[in-house]
Design a protein around this ligand. Sequence first.
Ligand SMILES: [Zn+2]
Length: 442
Amino acid sequence: VTAYWCELAWLGGERAERGVSVEVEGERIAAVEPGVASPPAGAERLDGLTLPGLANAHSHAFQRALRGRAQGRGSFWTWRERMYELSERLDPDRLHALGRAVYGEMAMAGITTVGEFHYLHHGPGGTPYDDPNETGRALIRAASEAGIRITLLDACYLRGGFASELEPAQRRFADGDAEAWAERAGALDQGPGHRVGAAIHSVRAVDPGSAAAVAEWAAARSRPLHAHVSEQPSENEECVAAVGRTPTGVLAGAGALGQDFTAVHATHPSPDDIGLLGDSGSSVCLCPTTERDLGDGIGPASALAAAGSPLCLGSDSHAVVDLLEEARALELDERLARLERGVRTPAELLRAATDAGHRALGWPEAGRIEAGALADLVTIGLDGVRTAGADGEEAAAAAVFAASAADVRSVVVGGRPVVRDGRHLSLDVAGELGAAVAGAWA
Ligand SMILES: [Zn+2]
């Protein structure tokens, strides 16, 4: 048994609790007791505000190499060209190096579980590697080396668009048909720190019949299923023109929606789409810093939540890796769009970043500080320039509105310390990021 004593801890309510003792047995929390005035003998002291582990529910690790290189000008579609140019340069070793470095960056930002939406499956021209899952396995290994958990959301990708063949750069993403996708994805095993889910890349890249096959594969195994949905208005227009339904309508028809389904973005859903997502209990993963960067728009988060969809968050293209920034954007972007303050409370924003994200990734036992949950503890310093002066129980609001990834002091994943005093315990993360990004473009 290991014991921690948190100066302040957020246990899910509107306010933080003072003096919280957390006992850990193996990888789980054995007991939680608030109101303990001073650290019990032998307990490790966590000064600041301790949160449950953060879940980054939508990541494409390799896109970290686009940071600063594709943000200045252009449209979503010119950004995508640059992303294809990058993806063509990657092999399993370069992907592993980028993955390990960016997952290290995530660990330092307090992210204890990542959902990697993975579509860069094959070698140049679409030729499979000797192990057809070599790139997926490289990412799973990368997460383990960085000390965080991963749900590999293996994405089916079959065509270039509603009526177009694969472009040369897209051939590496594609398996030919849904059966071949299922055979390959089915060969990926699960382990203590990694789980495997499914993804329909988008209704552009997967026809309705194949989307139904992927949904059936995921349902038969009770695995999470994710899809990019309505990120750009043109996706909706093309979809309606091609098949007479919206992307959400197509996915509903394919049997994809439900409590294990997460719609990524849902920036431009119709009122009917919002009803379909909410009524089915589907989650929605907003990625506000990427949606900003790409000029996608501001998703109707409140309407989606009111309809019944749990909201979670992702850093997607990794323009920045900061779940606290994603969480406050959920609130602040909507204030701009609705000319109204206080749409949701800091506790609701923290739930999106923790509990809801873990559920969407198939880790319902993580994301809360309570007995029985996985022992993931993320401590935000309250003595730094952004957070100094935060008032005790109101510290959760200070964290969500003003703290950044740079304020994360310590991270424990499954009872194991990964970050201490703001330093990753096993990786030189900045050094590895520099080398991996340079290596990707070399
Ligand atoms: Zn994405």
